[in-house]
Design a protein around this ligand. Sequence first.
Ligand SMILES: Cc1cc2nc3c(=O)[nH]c(=O)nc-3n(C[C@H](O)[C@H](O)[C@H](O)COP(=O)(O)OP(=O)(O)OC[C@H]3O[C@@H](n4cnc5c(N)ncnc54)[C@H](O)[C@@H]3O)c2cc1C
Length: 409
Amino acid sequence: MSESREVDCVIVGAGLAGATLAVGLAECGLSVVTVDARSRTAEAPGRDVRGLALAPATQYLLARLGLWDALVPYVTPLREIVVSDRGQFGSATLSCTTLGVPALGWVCPADRLLARLDGALTNLANVTPCWHATVTDLAPRTGRIDLRVVHADADDGERLSTRLLVAADGLHSAVRAHFGIGIASRDYGQSAIVCNADVERPQPGTAFERFTREGPLAVLPLGGRRVVIVRVARRADVANLMHLADDAFLADVRARFGARLGRFSAASERRAHALTLNRAQSLVAPRTVLVGNAANTIHPNGAQGLNLALRDVATLLDVVATAIANGDDIGSQALLDAYARRRRPDHERTVRFSDGLARVFGLDFAPVNALRGTALLACDLVPPLKRALMRRLMGLSGEVNPWLRAPQA
Ligand SMILES: Cc1cc2nc3c(=O)[nH]c(=O)nc-3n(C[C@H](O)[C@H](O)[C@H](O)COP(=O)(O)OP(=O)(O)OC[C@H]3O[C@@H](n4cnc5c(N)ncnc54)[C@H](O)[C@@H]3O)c2cc1C
């Protein structure tokens, strides 16, 4: 085996959070190795049919890192979000005019975003992406952490020594498990079935979130007639729904959604995602930090998961950039602790919000149903409440971080 190679940072998991972080750390002048078990998106396109609702703060970060312009042809601005509760009175319309902003966010096909990130990793001089690979033999020592990168198709591996290790390896994080960091988990007993379809009467720029007792049903615009459908169902019903013929599945969606967009047609393949809440009990280990789904995996009802993950990325970039400017160690315990301290309040708020939605809209009990309707109505009619909710959803409340500010024209 070769001698150990020194790099500034190793990121395990080059998904949406890990790859974005790699681009940011490279911009800070660091040498970065990313290690991911998957293949490059370009080698396996069309795996992910989700449309991700990106908050403005996320868009700022992607623009700041030079990733946004190439995505512009594929993203759809969100100008209005209509929230309703099936079978109950009361709904709320969140509109960009309420805040005087051009868009509440953007819907981006998940595959396009990942392909953009994969391309960036490949083209950056100070990033070395390793695909079909995992890490083993993690061994912290004074000032560094040693590890081995093992490629799926090679017996041997490469030994690396780094100052900072980032666990961005998602829900089942192997790095988190290696350090014995526990997770608090709750299974929602639901899965999100996602597919794309055409609608008869498109409402450009409008997203719909309709809460039902089985779980929310979201319809997000993808441009033209195309939409993304996210139909959350009880786990016991998922196999049946996945086996339905396209027409029958779309008829079921329409029965729940209503007639507002007309008929649904031309369905893509369907993908099912099991929904759980998972919270890591610590965000740090020796010379190691957790970001994104490795730290928190939440219900997709509020479209907050990736936006939360990229706020992790932005905070880490901020503390690392400050350490570099001060000539400090980028993997010191003080830096890791500062990261964890700054992230906790946002994690608490965002988890409480999405978990609260899942619980409150999942109940079917007459007084609760009435309260829910009243709450939606109140949100629609009380402008300060509505503005506060929108600022939360848009990632505009919370700490100020230069990586999340709009770039100057
Ligand atoms: C149905 C659905 C809809 C959603 N919609 C939205 C939305 O509209 N807006 C939003 O903000 N969020 C949304 N989310 C949440 C969002 O998808 C996640 O928050 C986001 O993917 C987190 O990114 P991540 O990089 O942390 O994790 P992941 O995307 O899970 O990436 C983890 C990466 O680590 C790699 N990996 C795993 N194990 C290893 C290992 N042992 N070694 C090496 N590599 C490994 C994987 O291959 C993967 O590339 C949605 C989620 C679901 C399920």
